[in-house]
Every structure is written in C-alpha cells, then in structure tokens.
Design a protein around this ligand. Structure first.
Ligand code: PLP
Length: 423
C-alpha cells in the first residue's frame, strides 16, 4: 500500500520510470503516447535537452534565493520575455508555483487594486458556471465545477455565476451565433447590475474552456463584448489561461485570437512545460502603478515565488517555442489532428462535437447525436475511456463537464507541440 495520498485512494497508478519525446514509460515496461500532455502541461514533450541544460546551469549558479532578499537575472528575463509577448498594456509579472496559486494571486491583486483607491466595498467576482480555476479556496470559489466545490461549499466565498459560452449545447435551433452571443453578454451585464457594479471586482473566465468542457472556444465577439461590459462598469477582466495559454491554442495567449487585452492574465501548465512547477500572473501597468504609488507593496507572497530554477525552465521553454517556430507548428498540427479526428470520429453515433483550437482539442460524447443527450453520469464514461486508452498505451484527459449536475463526457487531447505528423 502506498503512503502517498493519491488522487484515488483505492487504486495506485502505474509507476512512471522515464519519459522521452511524447512517450511516458512505466516500470512494467509499458509505453504511453502522451496525447494530452499530462493535463495540457507538456508543451515540449519529455526530456527536452535545452530545457534540462538551462535548469542545470541555473542549479549550478543559484538554486534558490528568497525574494525578500534578492531577485535573479533569470526571473527578470522571464518577466521581460512574457511582457514583450503579452497583450497590450501588460507590464507586471508575478511568478508563482502553479495555476491555483496564480488564480489566488490574481484575485487578491484585483481586490487590492480597488482597495488602494479606497474602493473597499468591492468584494465580488462574477464567474461562469462551466469553469475550473483551481483547487485552493479562492480559485475553487470562482470555479463552477460543482463536483469539486460541493464538499467545501461552506468555506467558499459567494460568487454570482453566469452561463458559459457553450455554443454546441446552448445555442438554440434557429438562433444565430450573434444573437446567442448577445444573450450571453446581456446575462453578464444583468448579473453585474444585480450585484451592484460598485461591489464587483472583476469577471473571471477561461478564454477557451479546458477541464470542465473539453476545449470549448468562445463565439466570435464574445470576449470583445465582455471587455466592453467590464469597461462600462469599471470592473476588471481576469482571463484564466492556465490551461489554454502559452501557445496551446496556436498563439502564445489564447485571448490574442479574440483581439482583447485583459486586465489580468494567469498562466501556468505550459509555462514551464512540466519541467518545473511554475505559474505567472500578468497585470496591466495601471494595476501595478496604483500599488506602486499607493501602499508600495502587493500584500501577498509565498516562499517559492520567483523560483530561479523554475524561471530558468520556463525561459528555456519560451526560447525553444520561438526558435523552433512552434506556434506555427501548433496551428498546422492542430488543423491536421482536428481533420483526422473528424475523419475517424465525425460520424460516430456517440461523438456529438469535435472542437478546439491549435493542439487543444475536445471530443464531446453523447448518447444520441440528434438530441445531444449525454450518457448517464453514473456510467463515468470519460473515466472508462481514460482507463481503456491507458490499457492500450494512450494518454487522453477525461472529464465530465459539470454544470447544474452533469452535462456530458468529454475527452481532451493536448499533445506536446513537438508531436510529429506520424505520431
Ligand atoms: N485554471 C485552469 C483553467 C486550469 O485548467 C487549472 C488546472 O487544471 C487551474 C486553474 C489550476 O491549476 P493547478 O492545477 O496548476 O493548480
């Protein structure tokens, strides 16, 4: 019996012994094709020599320096690199250890931004129902994954919730995409007015929904509308790109494809590509300036913020993406994979939708294609598919989207950007 508290306390997973390229091997000699990058993490695959060399160099120079005493060249360079590539106006970077920490940090930064201006009555975040923002208490509170939230509900702050942008399920027969989008934006505006705009800090959303829906892209103009509404009511737009960011959708930031600049963006997973635990919060210059000229400090901090080895790994990942033109490869390979999925599963009686952007693709499973009726949640079809795929040497990321209960099973594919056409 393992002493680790594993995700399942009834089943110990196979022991991964080594990994290379897009394959992970276990101690029983099985090989698994990593078609999900873990959970959309391994952007450069496994064992990338340039990332490993960069980490070695940094460990030799300085493995750790507490941020109460020092900054490091590598953390500064990573922040500069991210700012140079980020949407307009992003100036500040806060380096953390993962996605939930990034979201927690983003929520507090947004709150302090208003508190510095004396707007201490602002305490509400508005979020979407079908969403996942992490497992720490603040991130869990804004997330809409009811299954994960339920046991902890009494510990979570109140979060008004609006509908996700989920065209496949929610656009009515005969309703145009524009009309559907307008309805969603009306709903958001109504929620802000109902909550009282002077009480709202921000609106939180994943540009392309990951873990609760299988790569659900927004409708055209949805995020432009969100940006306009947030501006109208003076609230912040916080984009959670923990899963969909860092090149996964074919652009470094998923919101680039929406033509909007959020006030705050969180990234993690693909930032370090799995080589080190790292996440980041990117903030508009106006937010950082208000704190700089106000209290002079962000009232936050963890022991491992700005970790130099994590920063070295992330910087190397970014440099490889640029040097090897991998964003273009993500677009190309993503289009190929989507076409192949369509060829193989497009007419499958239990595949309702194949969607996504770049190498971030989702397959939605249905009992009936015509009615879009999902399978009964008790069947846990997504988990069964994950297990069956593992038994056949394939890693896919399964999920049961949860909104007002269960809304169907999804399979997420997010292979490393270096995947070859043959693989
Ligand atoms: N936000 C999104 C969109 C995510 O998909 C995740 C993780 O899946 C998180 C936040 C939390 O990140 P982490 O698991 O690194 O804490």
């Amino acid at each position: 019996m393992s002493n680790i508290i594993h995700r399942s306390l009834r089943q110990t997973p196979p022991i991964a012994t080594h990994a290379s390229g897009i394959t992970v091997f276990d101690n029983a000699g099985n090989a698994y094709l990593d078609a999900s990058g873990g959970a959309a993490v391994s952007s450069l695959g496994h064992g990338h020599p340039d990332v490993i060399a960069a980490m070695h160099r940094q460990i030799d120079r300085c493995a750790y320096a507490h941020t109460a005493f020092f900054t490091t060249e590598v953390a500064e360079e990573l922040a500069q690199t991210l700012v140079a590539k980020a949407p307009a106006g992003i100036q500040g970077v806060y380096l953390v250890s993962g996605g939930s920490e990034a979201m927690e940090t983003a929520l507090k930064l947004a709150r302090q931004y208003f508190a510095e201006a004396g707007e201490t009555g602002r305490s509400l975040f508005i979020a979407r129902r079908q969403s996942y923002h992490g497992n720490t208490l603040g991130a869990l509170a804004v997330g809409g994954n009811e299954w994960r939230r339920k046991p902890f509900a009494p510990l979570l702050m109140e979060v008004p919730r609006v509908s996700p942008c989920y065209e496949y399920r929610d656009r009515r027969e005969g309703q145009s995409v524009d009309a559907y989008t307008a309805c969603l934006l009306d709903e958001l505006e109504t929620a802000i007015i109902k909550a009282g705009p002077e009480k709202v800090i921000g609106f939180v959303a994943e540009p392309v929904v990951g873990a609760t829906g299988g790569a659900i892209p927004p409708t055209p103009g949805y995020f432009k509308g969100v940006r306009a509404i947030c501006d109208r009511y003076g609230i912040l737009f916080i984009a959670d790109e923990v899963m969909c960011g860092m090149g996964r959708t074919g652009t470094l930031f998923a919101v680039e494809q929406e033509g909007v600049a959020p006030d705050i963006i969180t990234v993690a997973k693909g930032l370090g590509g799995g080589y080190q635990p790292i996440g980041a919060v990117l903030a508009q210059g106006a937010i950082v300036d208000r704190l700089r000229h106000g209290s002079g400090a962000f009232l936050h901090g963890h022991t491992y913020i700005g970790h130099p080895v994590a920063a070295a790994a992330a910087l190397a990942v970014q440099q490889v993406i640029e040097r090897d033109n991998l964003l273009e490869q993500v677009q190309r390979r993503g289009a190929t994979l989507k076409r192949m999925l369509g060829d193989v599963f497009g007419k499958h009686p239990h595949v309702g939708d194949i969607r996504g952007r770049g190498l971030f693709l989702g397959i939605e499973l249905v009992q009936d294609r015509a009615t879009k009726a999902p399978f009964a949640p008790e069947r846990k079809l997504h988990a069964a598919i994950k297990n069956e795929a593992m038994a056949r040497g394939l890693m896919v990321y399964p999920m049961g989207g949860t909104i007002d209960g269960q809304r169907g099973d999804h399979i997420l594919l997010a292979p490393p950007f270096i995947v070859s056409a043959g693989e």
